[in-house]
Design a protein around this ligand. Structure first.
Ligand SMILES: [Zn+2]
Length: 293
């Protein structure tokens, strides 16, 4: 996927602005801003709001977990955390007893353990843990990265991959919590749904995580407003959660990006650590040419 190091670096730097930003509240949706650029649309509206909010067409998607899981977290614990996160978002209170028009389906383990989007073959909205090294900038303060690939015309989400930084001490359960995997994936599933960071410090979609914290497991009213805005209550029982062109359990040996077909935006969850706060990014890297790896 076309994620540039330079882009990550520039957005980490922009996080400094957030440190001194006035308190504000309000969820934001990732948006298709211009032809090859993502942006945000927030509530209350912000000056730089731009474009069409991204969402899964039909209100559903399915994820799969790389079966090797993690040295720290066996597949069962990672799956349990993802299931809890999916349930949490789906159970948001939209008022009047209604829930979001949203279905998140677990497609189980897959052999592939790479982030990719294939334009000519099947896909998986994959969950991966990088155990040995974090392959991007910010290894010391990045917990996870979600890459969303979307239609450049409509903003419909095509694919979303979630990568966890397994070089930090991930924990599951309520005892001796360091970096709580359920908290982290609940935040990241918000990105998979198309939500951006909120400025509400109580929100699961807030950009910072404090080690030991488990409160991100549950949604704040702001998170609930956001998901209910993106996925208004509706019957989604007819929605097909199968990834585009079918579920691919194996990585595509030659994933190819073509010009003008799709774009990716990445959303890393960062943590506040030793007083340092870094920001997730809203950027878009467009595949301009066929690329092989
Ligand atoms: Zn984030």
């Amino acid at each position: 996927m076309a994620l540039s190091w330079a882009r990550v670096g520039s957005l980490v730097a922009s996080g400094i602005l957030i440190l001194f930003a006035p308190d504000a509240s309000g969820y934001c949706q990732t948006s298709l801003c211009q032809k090859d650029k993502s942006g945000i649309v927030c509530s209350p509206a912000q000056a730089d709001d731009c474009g069409i909010p991204m969402r899964w067409p039909g209100g559903c998607f399915g994820y799969a977990i790389a079966e090797r899981a993690s040295k720290q977290l066996p597949y069962e614990l990672l799956s349990k955390a993802m299931n809890a996160a999916a349930t949490t978002w789906g159970a948001a209170d939209c008022g009047n007893g209604e829930k979001p028009g949203l279905a998140i389906v677990d497609f189980g383990p897959v052999a592939c353990d790479q982030k990719e989007y294939n334009l000519k073959s099947g896909n998986a909205n994959i969950v991966i843990v990088h155990d040995d090294a974090w392959p991007y900038d910010g290894a010391g303060n990045t917990l996870a990265l979600t890459t969303v690939t979307f239609d450049l015309a409509s903003g419909s989400i095509f694919d979303a991959d979630l990568e966890l930084n397994g070089t930090v001490a991930l924990t599951a359960g309520d005892a001796d919590v360091t970096f709580d995997v359920e908290s982290i994936v609940t935040h990241e599933v918000g990105h998979m749904l198309g939500l951006a960071h909120s400025e509400d410090k109580d929100a699961t979609m807030y950009i910072a995580y404090q080690p030991g914290e488990i409160s991100l497991r549950t949604l704040s009213p702001d998170d609930e407003e956001g998901v209910c805005k993106s996925y208004a209550p509706a019957d989604v029982s007819a929605c097909d959660p199968t990834p585009r062109r079918g579920l691919a359990g194996e990585c595509d040996p030659l994933p190819i990006e073509e010009p003008g077909c799709a774009c990716s935006t990445t959303q890393p969850a960062r943590l506040r650590f030793n007083g340092l706060l870094s920001l997730g990014l809203l950027g878009c890297a467009l595949g301009r040419r066929a690329r092989r790896r």
